[in-house]
Design a protein around this ligand. Structure first.
Ligand SMILES: CC(C)(COP(=O)(O)OP(=O)(O)OC[C@H]1O[C@@H](n2cnc3c(N)ncnc32)[C@H](O)[C@@H]1OP(=O)(O)O)[C@@H](O)C(=O)NCCC(=O)NCCS
Length: 140
């Protein structure tokens, strides 16, 4: 999972994390009971995890291996997180996404998430650029 996370961070466009990813240190922090993975031929090709707040909502974050995209894996992972949230007393799932990440926004909209907020120049990138961020949410 962490090696895939590091590979997606190398792309420097979809997720907020950028290199360097300290793989062993990051691996120690996974909370596996709130994480779902997609596996193909023994390799992890997709990950979604839910950070649960103390106030009834969960925030999701996800990534799929570049070579495994556009095959429904992201859809299945978000579906798994929604099913997991429904089985718990969570009333809502939230997420943050860069406005230029059309594939991710299309995926989330398809599954019922709606835009709830816009944060101009929220995320400082390693090159100094300040990127906007959209909040999306889904009532469970
Ligand atoms: C975003 C991401 C998780 C999607 O995973 P995926 O496995 O490719 O997603 P799926 O194949 O299940 O679904 C793709 C959906 O995205 C949408 N989509 C794809 N390309 C799109 C585009 N150019 N514009 C709008 N929507 C698009 C469609 O709704 C599509 O579903 P459909 O094929 O049923 O129409 C994946 O691209 C990824 O890991 N990207 C890099 C990391 C990242 O951006 N993570 C999310 C951070 S918020």
């Amino acid at each position: 999972m962490t090696r895939l996370f590091a590979a997606v961070a190398e792309e420097r466009d979809g997720i907020a994390a950028e290199p360097p990813v300290y793989v062993e240190r990051r691996a120690e922090r996974w909370e596996l009971d709130r994480t779902f993975v997609a596996v193909t031929a023994g390799e992890v090709v997709g990950v979604i995890f839910v950070t649960v707040s103390g106030f009834g909502f969960g925030e999701i974050a996800m990534f799929v291996a570049a070579e495994a995209r556009s095959r429904g894996i992201g859809t299945a992972l978000v579906g798994a997180a929604i099913g997991w949230a429904k089985a718990r007393p969570l009333h809502k799932l939230t997420l943050s996404v860069f406005p230029q990440n059309h594939r991710a926004i299309g995926l989330y909209r398809k599954l019922g998430f709606v835009e709830e907020g816009y944060h101009p120049r929220q995320i400082r990138r390693a090159n100094g650029e300040l990127w906007d961020l959209i909040d999306m949410g889904l009532m469970i």
